[in-house]
Design a protein around this ligand. Structure first.
Ligand code: COA
Ligand code: MG
Length: 285
């Protein structure tokens, strides 16, 4: 299946140790969940979190939400046991943190055994520089921008306009798109700042990200709204498709709509947008 055919507007992190949040997620209108065993879980809570998460995954009830589990890296003391704990569970992807090169995906694939897609956090300078080779790995399903770690590694500021990390974000997007993979934007830390979140979602959407990773349920509605095609866009897409069909019937290869040209490539974009709107509607949340 094309990894980009399902929506990833809202991708909520949930600490694998928080039973209450794991339960709440079953009713939240998120497109995907990242069940976290890495940074959201303290070292002395790792073992308990593995057990809690496995029990909740086996209990199910997450509906059409994509289930992604973020483990600790295999180079840490916890990674191998994390993968062992979720081996055979019904999940949509394994998310590896701090991926620097494609060999780390081979190691995770071996440990996992099953044919589950592997996603990679893009959050180290080396990882971003190797993004193309990582994206081309046959098991790679998608990238998640790890903007907090990236800012730490680069030594850059977390500015509202994100200028200091735009190049890294664009680079990982370009690599993902070159290989037809999903690419989800990083988190917005101020989870009570609705306007700030909206602005950052809009920036990510305009750059081309499929959606945004989130840390709190209060952020879900904004991400869902910003990353969904709007009514005007859907209307324009339909009119572009119709205008081009009429032009073709007249033996012309270019149509004009609202004073702008419509070529075959615009029709492809319009069709993709309509397919995305349909996929969102099919989630029924
Ligand atoms: N997923 C699902 N439910 C969540 C949630 C999440 N990420 N964060 C909070 N909730 C739930 C809480 O359990 C609480 O549910 P309740 O009303 O049934 O009790 C409700 O939402 C309100 O939570 P609130 O009190 O506002 O937040 P908090 O102070 O409990 O937690 C954070 C704040 C930031 C610690 C918490 O949101 C969190 O742990 N987020 C994820 C962090 C993470 O995973 N980081 C790693 C990647 S950057
Ligand atoms: Mg990180």
């Amino acid at each position: 299946m094309d990894p980009r055919s399902r929506p990833y507007r809202s991708v909520l992190y949930i600490p694998g140790s928080k039973e209450r949040a794991l339960e709440k997620a079953r009713s939240l209108p998120v497109d995907a969940i990242i069940f976290d065993l890495e940074d959201a879980v303290a070292p002395d809570a790792k073992e308990e979190a593995r057990r809690t998460l496995r029990t909740e995954l086996d209990a199910g009830g997450y509906g059409k939400r994509a289930r992604i589990v973020r483990v600790n890296g295999l180079e840490t003391a916890w990674g191998a046991a994390d993968i062992e704990a979720i081996r055979g569970a019904d999940i949509d992807a394994l998310l590896l943190p701090k991926v620097d090169d494609p060999a780390q995906l081979d190691a995770a694939a071996d440990a996992l055994g099953a044919d589950v897609p592997i996603w990679a956090m893009m959050e180290t300078p080396r990882g971003v520089l190797n993004a193309q080779a990582i994206a081309a790995h046959p098991r790679l399903g998608g990238f998640v921008a790890g903007t907090n770690d990236l800012a730490k590694e680069l030594g850059c500021a977390m500015r509202a306009d994100r200028l200091p990390m735009l190049q890294a974000l664009q680079h990982m997007l370009m690599a993902a798109r070159a290989e037809g993979k999903v690419c989800v934007d990083g988190v917005f830390n101020h989870f009570r700042d609705e306007d700030g979140l909206r602005a950052e979602c809009e920036q990510g959407r305009d750059m081309g990200f499929d959606g945004k990773t989130l840390i709190h349920p209060a952020q879900v509605a904004t991400a869902n709204a910003v990353f969904a095609p709007g009514a005007e866009e859907i209307d324009l897409a339909r009119r572009q498709i119709a205008a081009f069909r009429d032009a073709e019937a007249r033996g012309e290869g270019v149509a004009v709509l609202d004073g702008r040209i419509v070529e075959n490539l615009h029709v492809e974009t319009a069709r993709r947008m309509l397919a995305k709107a349909e996929a969102i509607a099919a989630l029924a949340h």
